[in-house]
Design a protein around this ligand. Sequence first.
Ligand SMILES: O=P(O)(O)OC[C@H]1O[C@H](O[C@H]2O[C@H](CO)[C@@H](O)[C@H](O)[C@H]2O)[C@H](O)[C@@H](O)[C@@H]1O
Length: 387
Amino acid sequence: MDLKTTKASNVLTDPTSPISKSRLGLNSSVMPCSQSGTSFSSTVQTVPRKKPPKLDDVHSNGWLEAMKASSPPRKQIVKNPFAEVSSDDIECAYHAWQLKFPSALLCFEKIIECARDKKVVIFLDYDGTLSPIVDDPDRAFMSADMRFAVRNAAKYFPTAIISGRKREMVYELVGLTELYYAGSHGMDIKFPRRDTSAISIDHLKSDKLSDQQENEFNLFQPAGEYLPMIEEVFRILVNITKDIKGAKVENHKFCASVHYRNVDEKSWKTIAQLVHDVLKNYPRLRLTHGRKVLEVRPGIDWNKGKAVEFLLKSMNLGKNEDVLPIYIGDDKTDEDAFKVLKQGNKGYGILVSSTPKDSAAFFSLKEPDEVNEFLKFLVNWKEEIMQ
Ligand SMILES: O=P(O)(O)OC[C@H]1O[C@H](O[C@H]2O[C@H](CO)[C@@H](O)[C@H](O)[C@H]2O)[C@H](O)[C@@H](O)[C@@H]1O
């Protein structure tokens, strides 16, 4: 199959300055979030991978630096008068950062000003957004309260989960049938069959799929042909990392994740080199960095941003300018979705982070608890205006 010919979505316009004004709190008026462009016509292409650097080059190609910077510590440093950086400094830095990425809770009035008369669509990442980051990926559970908040939000707004995990796994963790699910960083999207009329797409699995409630679904899997390759690489990665204490490899169907959160930092370079070495033999795969995880994925031009565009189109919501997508995520891979929303002033990206970092998001939330609160705000607002 020729990967250069897959149809996908592409809806982009320009970012404009009033947003930065409002970020700085200079302008409390409506933020620009109009959408334009309605075509769904770009193609899924392969991403040219940079020529693989030499094996001992994991320093110079930035892998190690990216690994070190890939996840902030979960617990902030406690007050210690002898520490070089005090917790007060950390708080100051966070508040300064919030001038650029204001709290979505504090800016809620601004958000709903823009949301009035629009169909709000919610996109949620899973790890670090709905569930707190924990050492064991198999124990990353979301709280019952968070599930309740997501379920309530989905009563009023189309809601999708876009995760790096295998789609089936994230569905199991979330456990709500009323949502859309995209796994493997958007490379495995399940959506109701009724929606396909609005989109012209290749890579659609039209086998008759139905869930327990006998609803029919389609699967969109733009990297379908990579399945055996990822399976093979997964097995290799498991094998070559088996002697590294704490290393863990997950098979997420269209992506293999190599975790190093529990690996002694002295061995990170070894992990980087091993993965790097494997990738040299698979030039059609590429690597992305997540929170203390190296993710080996198909080298196609498809990511969470493209998945957002695809889902918006498949939801069949009418004119783009009547829709306000809100994407909440914490990770590097969520930046693709933030960029898509930012580029067209289409909606709001909200970065979940307890430490300052650069982002294409508009707003911030500190941790999953604040995500929970934000979802509750949205539901309350909707219920009030419906009365
Ligand atoms: O897109 P997401 O839903 O955020 O998934 C991204 C990765 O999440 C998981 O790893 C992360 O969370 C773990 C549990 O808190 C943590 O132990 C790990 O260090 C994080 O990277 C998941 O295991 C990965 O496969 C996903 O790609």
